[in-house]
Design a protein. Sequence first.
Length: 249
Amino acid sequence: MTRESLLVSTLVELADNLVDNYDIIDILTLLSDRCVETIDASSAGVMLARPGGNLQYIASSSESMKALELFQIQVNEGPCVDCYATGVAIVNHELLDSDETWPNFTPRAIARGYRSVHCLPLRLRGQTIGALNLFRSGVGLLSPEDVMVAQGFADVATIAILQHQSSLSARLLNEQLNFALNSRIVIEQAKGMISQSAHCDMDLAFERLRGHARNHNVRLTDVASRIVEGTLDLGELDPPHAKKSASSK
């Protein structure tokens, strides 16, 4: 599939998922994955702000990316923290041992094999609600086209979070963000249970969880909740890469 075809496919898939009962974590995970597939990035992730301004991890393309997102929150330092605070994009920032911009974050990112970062605000009509992070294992500049695609993904992510309405009251927005962030906790619990049961890493555990939800047209959060509650036996999960046949739909 060409890059142009993948971009169109992504937008169609996102539009198809933006319904009243959409799963925000699944949508933002899709965006993270497609950033890696279509942009010269090694990993991608999304962080959102809780009502009151505290950033929280919400989705990523890998466990390695997730660990760096959580570290930024822990030390209150890093590209996402700055991007959210200022509402200004960070593009083509090279990570160096002598980097004084983020003295705690930079060594941790370099140790995980990353050499440059890019961060775009999730912003709509002057309101910044989070940031999209892109990490690269190589140095060098993102092309203007890649930056444009990344910004487009950031804009789509923002619209997904704010739903398809032209505006939301503060109360409804807070409820939407709180639901997404609380859902992340349940998903992490379910991933841990799958990982322990199947003796697999957390990336594969999440792939099985997400794949089962998509195969059965059920929200990711609902599948995770059933696993945590014990109403869905782990042995009933679809095997990795399994897809429903046309006859079973």
